[in-house]
Design a protein around this ligand. Structure first.
Ligand SMILES: Nc1nc2c(ncn2[C@@H]2O[C@H](COP(=O)(O)OP(=O)(O)OP(=O)(O)O)[C@@H](O)[C@H]2O)c(=O)[nH]1
Ligand SMILES: [Mg+2]
Length: 366
């Protein structure tokens, strides 16, 4: 018996168990999509069955053993979380093109050359060798031709595998490549805002020599804020269009709260400049540092939302202290909900959800 796979998620089609991957009520010779993918594509339904890290490990181990070109996709808005150490460890010593997707959410004024240099430096810092770096937007189709050219040169007659954390836009990128380079007009692979949409390898014959583009399930990042929220809050977290950075002149004992997700408190001798890069749907509140605890206690789920009332019970916070010497502009990255750029000398206390992470880098912009 030939196993037929769903074109949208890669699961093996089956007509016996509606609660398992690949279910289709009636399996026919020409069945292409499982019920889950059909409903995602035609009714914008969110998937209830999602990939686990077992699916990811099973597939990634197979991919790295093959002699293919690897396109390692990261989400530029969540760069530090998706430039993930576990992923990188799998990809060392392979032919890798690093692709930073979702460029459309960055302000139009952003200098792309500087971002490429910054990404290149981040790779060098951890001795991660890549053959090329590209910045793209799968959603808007930005720089897809440039990536196509690099893939054509670098693949040297081999298949091309798209790997990366869940939700970075691997499937969207393959859809964009197909729409740009073939007569296909609609998405072939299912995509959604829920991490774990792609369930198994999806192989699409693409090149003239018969070789394939291969999509894979993403590594679910346990520190991602999305894991602690319900999908209805995602629209407040994930920018769906260009971010509008907000600049603050911060004086001693000022604080900035990123809804109820984080608070950043500043101690500084002279005023410093702080720019907040988040979804424009996320409520940003500036206050005195001595009000932060009270606001967390009284306003969580109300003014400070997300988390909503339903979500806030899962939230526990931790704090980290940082000493910025004022030499270079620095970014404070939160796992999944944005970054804050700080120019100036300051002691900084960051309060954020316990299960997430905070990273400091030199500023990505400017
Ligand atoms: N703003 C923006 N959103 C994007 C872009 N590419 C993908 N997305 C969105 O990001 C979400 C995840 O996209 P997918 O293509 O499903 O991501 P994936 O990496 O295949 O995810 P998994 O299959 O879960 O591993 C979807 O809501 C997409 O619409 C982009 O270039 N810009
Ligand atoms: Mg996918």
């Amino acid at each position: 018996m030939i196993l037929r796979k769903c074109k949208g998620c890669g699961a093996v089609l089956q007509e016996t168990d509606p609660n398992k991957q690949g279910f289709i009520p009636e399996l026919k010779e020409d069945s292409a999509y499982c019920k889950r993918c059909y409903r995602m594509m035609h009714y914008n339904e969110l998937p209830k069955i999602v990939a686990s890290n077992n699916d990811y490990i099973h597939v990634i181990d197979d991919v790295v053993q093959r002699n293919g070109l690897i396109v390692f996709v990261v989400d530029i808005f969540q760069f530090k979380a998706t430039f993930n150490k576990k992923m990188i460890d799998k990809l060392r010593n392979k032919n890798v093109i690093l692709v930073a997707n979702k460029y459309d959410v960055f302000p139009k004024s952003t200098n792309i050359e500087n971002i490429v240099k910054w990404l290149s430096h981040e790779c060098e810092k951890i001795f991660f060798r890549v053959d090329a770096i590209h910045i793209v937007s799968s959603k808007k189709g930005y720089f897809i031709d440039e990536l196509t050219n690099t893939i054509d040169i670098a693949r040297k007659g081999r298949d091309v595998y798209f790997v990366g954390c869940a939700n970075v836009g691997k499937s969207s990128l393959i859809n964009a490549l197909l729409k740009r380079n073939t007569s296909i007009k609609n998405d072939v692979i299912s995509t959604s805002v829920i991490p774990g949409t792609t369930l198994n390898q999806i192989r699409i014959q693409f090149f003239e020599d018969g070789k394939y583009l291969v999509d894979t399930p993403g590594l679910i990042n346990e520190a991602d804020i999305l894991n602690q929220l319900f999908p209805k809050s995602y629209t407040k977290i994930l920018p769906d269009s260009e971010m509008k950075p907000i600049t603050y002149q911060i004086t001693n004992n000022n604080a900035i709260m990123l809804a109820g997700l984080a608070a950043i408190e500043f101690e500084c001798d002279s005023p410093i400049s702080v720019i907040v890069y988040t979804s424009k749907n996320l409520y940003i509140h500036r206050c005195k540092s001595n009000r932060v605890n009270e606001l967390f206690e009284t306003q969580l789920g109300e003014m400070l939302n997300p988390p909503t009332m339903d979500e806030k019970n899962n939230f526990k916070y931790k704090t980290d202290d940082f000493d910025f010497d004022g030499q270079n502009k620095k970014d404070i990255w939160f796992s999944g909900f944005g970054f804050v750029s700080v120019k100036g000398k300051a002691k900084i206390k960051v309060t954020y959800p316990e299960k997430t992470e905070v990273f400091i880098t030199n500023a990505i912009i400017g």
